[in-house]
Design a binder for this molecule. Structure first.
Ligand SMILES: [Zn+2]
Length: 103
């Protein structure tokens, strides 16, 4: 399920990992790379676009949140599929039960 593009992207973000962390805007996704002598508390955490800057150890966080969303969507579909299967099985059992009952 992981495409080559995603692997390339994760390798790229690994290389860009900064031990001091980043401030990432939750609105426009622009980021500021913290320098060793800087800490997130030193900054006005409001982006020029009006969004909120959030501290993150790496640039991967936004990607992780995205794949987390995909995970929940997948779980939702799996639950739906299970309910549909249970419905079909229940209906089928009910049908055969009524057949047996009739004979
Ligand atoms: Zn912004």
């Amino acid at each position: 399920m992981v495409s080559n593009e995603q692997i390339k992207n994760s390798l790229k973000t690994k290389q860009e990992e900064n031990p001091e962390g980043y401030l990432i805007c939750d609105n426009c996704n622009s980021y500021y790379k913290l320098l060793p002598e800087e800490s997130p508390e030193d900054f006005d955490l409001e982006c020029s676009c009006g969004g909120e800057m959030k501290f993150s150890q790496s640039l991967e966080t936004s990607n992780q949140e995205k794949s987390n969303d995909e995970k929940w969507i997948r779980i939702f579909f799996i639950i739906c599929a299970i309910l549909i299967i249970l419905g079909i099985v229940g209906f089928t059992l009910n049908y055969f039960y009524s057949l047996n009952y009739a004979t």
